[in-house]
Design a protein around this ligand. Structure first.
Ligand SMILES: Cc1ncc(COP(=O)(O)O)c(C=O)c1O
Length: 475
């Protein structure tokens, strides 16, 4: 390859990752084939006007992900066995676009087979009531008209069931007609972006937070403004300061269990935040993704339950209490935004899957989902306790964390190590942990990791922690 050209898409990510993504993309597309030699790092650096260390860091990242291989004294080559061989083969046989395409990266990558996932967003799917779900789905399929075009706002039965559940478990009094069922919360964020955000709007987000939501909100061209978080959740003083600098159109936050730190937004901050939002007419996008899993005392009511001024857009999901694959989430928005969201939904998806929605509505009405949730809550609480004990035993004060009051993960500060190196070594030993870099606004590393405990049995947690200890750099 004579001239190395790349589109370093993904503006706010570190350069070396953007370069690594660009090379991986070229390999996937077939522009670079297995076995092809990459030009020397110095040459690439010169051509792209980058520092050589940036190129070397990108090469290391690509090697870690299995895209390239370095052979001593020979050079660097595209790996002969690619991590996503299927995709690579498919895209190689397809034609290159003869027009400009702006690359959109995803955060998703296949999980290494057999690895123990300490991933905070993952429920234990082995305990899902599959028989009851299958029965309800079979019944739903027999319903007349169920496979026809249906209501874009979602199956009416499911919306009734969700309204009952929101009232009982979250103190949210909503009419079924005010609920829009979405394919997971992710669609809700995308719809909010389409319906109400315009290029140049400012949207406040937690400076440590949930990147998929940022991406959806940012896709509108809105400017995301990171706001500091601490052990009481989002810092409302900083939010006020951001408001003083210019109007905010929306605030996106995870008040119940702040993602990723698990902090619960304090009552005083909640009240101030709602007052500020009402005064400045800012929409509050509340991501209430794991409300059910709170172990100490009563769950704090969502912001949506205290919304006297019609500023809260309440988003929820069944991905944690049921399973991510059903893609069932919802958004409760004040009118007329609700109608705009339903309208926007018809552009991209027409409607959800009425059969699975109806089946899940039935599972809720029958109390099956509630019973499953109670069992999962007890289980996850035991796992949290086990995890706390195991980590304390294995790491002592090398790892500092607060015992989370709820959720499916804990946020631990690691002393004296490079957490990315630790995470890499852990992965080599078959344990997946998420380094803080995945949650920081600019992708910069912090000395912390998020350790999920919900998806693994105590014995598996023990094994995972044992490996984590061995993976500790310098151990
Ligand atoms: C902060 C946060 N919001 C929402 C979700 C759920 O996403 P979805 O409903 O699209 O599956 C997750 C899942 O990981 C999450 O961590």
């Amino acid at each position: 390859m004579d001239q190395w050209t790349f589109e370093l898409a993904g503006g706010d990510r570190p350069l070396f990752l953007r370069l690594a993504d660009a090379v991986a993309r070229d390999i996937r597309r077939g522009r670079l084939a297995p076995g092809d030699r990459l030009p020397g790092s110095r040459r690439v650096a010169d051509q792209l006007g980058l520092h050589r260390n940036t190129v070397l860091a990108a090469w290391r990242e690509l090697e870690r992900e299995g895209w390239i291989e370095t052979e001593a004294a020979r050079g660097t080559f595209v790996a002969r066995t690619l991590p996503e061989l299927e995709v690579a083969t498919r895209s190689r046989s397809s034609r290159e676009a003869g027009f400009d395409v702006e690359a959109v990266a995803t955060d998703w990558s296949p999980r290494p087979k057999g690895a123990l996932p300490l991933l905070g967003g993952l429920p234990d799917l082995r305990h899902l009531p599959r028989t009851a779900i299958a029965r309800a789905y079979r019944r739903a399929l027999r319903r007349k008209g169920i496979l026809d075009y249906g209501d874009p706002a979602g199956d009416p039965g499911l919306r009734r069931a969700l309204a009952g559940r929101l009232a009982a478990a979250r103190g949210l009094a909503v009419e079924p007609d005010a609920i829009l069922v979405t394919r997971g919360s992710q669609m809700a964020f995308e719809l909010v972006a389409r319906a109400m955000l315009r290029p140049g709007d400012r949207v406040a987000v937690e400076a440590l937070g949930y990147r998929p939501a940022w991406r959806a909100l940012g896709s509108s061209g809105a400017e995301l403004v990171p706001i500091r978080v601490d052990e009481q959740g989002i810092d409302v003083d900083r939010l006020e300061a951001a408001l003083a600098e210019g109007p905010l159109r929306a605030i996106y936050l995870t008040p119940h269990h702040q993602y990723p730190t698990t902090a619960t937004l304090s009552p005083a901050r909640r009240m101030r935040l709602l007052r500020l939002a009402a005064r400045h007419r800012v929409a509050v996008i509340e991501d209430d993704y794991d409300h059910e899993f709170h172990y100490e005392g009563r769950p704090v009511l969502p912001l949506g339950a205290r919304d006297d001024h019609g500023v809260v857009i309440h988003v929820g999901t069944l991905s944690k209490v049921l399973a991510p694959a059903f893609r069932i989430g919802w958004v409760v928005a004040p009118s007329p935004l609700h109608d705009a969201l339903v309208g926007a939904r018809t552009f991209i998806d027409r409607m959800g899957d009425p059969a699975i929605e109806h089946a899940v509505g039935e599972l809720i009405e029958e109390g099956e989902l509630h019973r499953h949730t109670l069992r999962a809550r007890r289980r996850y609480r035991r796992r949290r306790d086990a995890m706390v004990e195991l980590l304390t035993e294995a790491f002592g004060d090398r790892l500092r964390f607060r015992v989370p009051r709820g959720g499916m993960a804990l946020w631990a500060r690691a002393r004296g190590v490079d957490v990315d190196e630790w995470a890499r070594r852990a992965e080599d030993m078959g344990v997946i942990v998420q380094s803080s870099r995945l949650f920081t606004f600019r992708g910069r590393p912090r000395r912390a990791v998020r350790l999920g405990y919900a998806a693994l049995e105590p014995d598996e947690l023990r094994e995972a922690v044992r490996r984590l200890r061995r993976a500790w750099p310098g151990a």
